[in-house]
Design a protein around this ligand. Sequence first.
Ligand code: TYD
Ligand code: MG
Length: 457
Amino acid sequence: MAKQKTIFVCQSCGYKAPKWLGRCPDCSVWNSFVEELTEIGHHQDRERRQDLLGRPQRIDTVNIDKEARHKTGLNEFDRTLGGGVVPGSIVLIGGDPGIGKSTLILQVVQRLAQQGLKTLYISSEESVQQIKMRAQRISTDSSDDSSELYLLSGTCLEDVIDRLDELAPQIIVIDSIQTIFTESLSSAPGSIGQVREVTTKLMNLAKTSGRAIFLIGHVTKDGAIAGPKVLEHLVDTVLYFEGDGSHIYRILRSVKNRYGPTNEIGVFEMMDNGLEEVRNPSEIFLEERSKDVSGSVVISCMEGSRPLLIEMQALVCSSSLAIPRRTTIGVDPNRVSLLVAVLSKRGGVNLSNKDIFINVARGIKVEEPAIDLGIISTTASSFLNKPIPRNTVTFGEVGLSGEVRGVSQTELRLKEAVKLGFSRCLVSKKSVKTLKGKIDIELIGVSSVIELLEALF
Ligand code: TYD
Ligand code: MG
């Protein structure tokens, strides 16, 4: 028997201490330590582990199944995962409560089950009747009899694992990781210890049995799954389902993926009968653009392998504050401060006594440096009160000396712009040289902020 011992674990970041502490030395949160049981010494498992370990293999003798992924048929979901569900992988889907995680995953498993994959949906939040009701609501056809979808309502991991042997499902869903508990720990479900322990057990299950497991995790108030990001390093893939409740659009974003690219996004629309894929998100993000007002420009940013066209807005107005406001939604405020400084110093636009608000329409978050030109253009446009023509799109990175640099994937971005009817694009001079004649769009090369302002106004 392993020796039982208790330790104190910070519920916010997972820091462990032998004694109770008032304040976590790691994340500085007060009163976050909870006593948890821990087992010390793992040698009792040695034999079992030896069985699992196998022998070292030469790399050329390792076989991989190329077509091993299960496609769900929901293209946006498959692409975000990197091409489908990998057997033996464990995928965490995080998001705010009520955003539609259960709905999304139910739609996914319905499709997998229809292909004949045995699927078990374990809910520790809802009864099987509730799940069935939702399934009927989102189901596309009513003849679901052939479906291999099984439902189970339970909260104890060990009980659930017992059931797995008789059913032998290939796909397992746990909804949610915060409400399921393992008997080996006495702490409450949802505590760091529980969440980590349950995930570790499921991880072993996935790796040894080749079953794919989806975990649903609620993002807590401070914006991380299960308090901290304790799960992200354990699982293979982390997807976040985002969007604000007032908009019907939802974005599924991959932030970690051992089997595909990260930063890939899938866009969905929440309808009365479940989530629907949005095939051309740029069109939606540009809908309802106001006509010929200052402080609005369309930028192109890459989300994974896909270019998105997004409207970026700015409002510059006189400030009555000693330190003028720089408020941003959807972009990094530090980046905006930097670019505003560049615009003042290199572009000769005096913004020192102005409040500046930057907003990315439709609740999208963008991070790429390629948005720099957009931020500068829209700020200048609002300051000068001169609109930027509606057919114009811009992207490029801006340096501290006001120079404009090219960005990656220029061709892809331009193609998307042409597809949506844009006819004029402001990019770096270098990008123009490499792309001249390749794409049917008027390319205007700018090498500095001054040139940008001249080209625009
Ligand atoms: P849900 O999947 O339960 O969210 P989560 O599991 O992330 O907590 O989704 C809940 C919301 O979605 C709820 O507010 C109702 C809405 N919804 C629809 O608009 N249409 C639908 O078809 C379904 C099933 C839910
Ligand atoms: Mg749910």
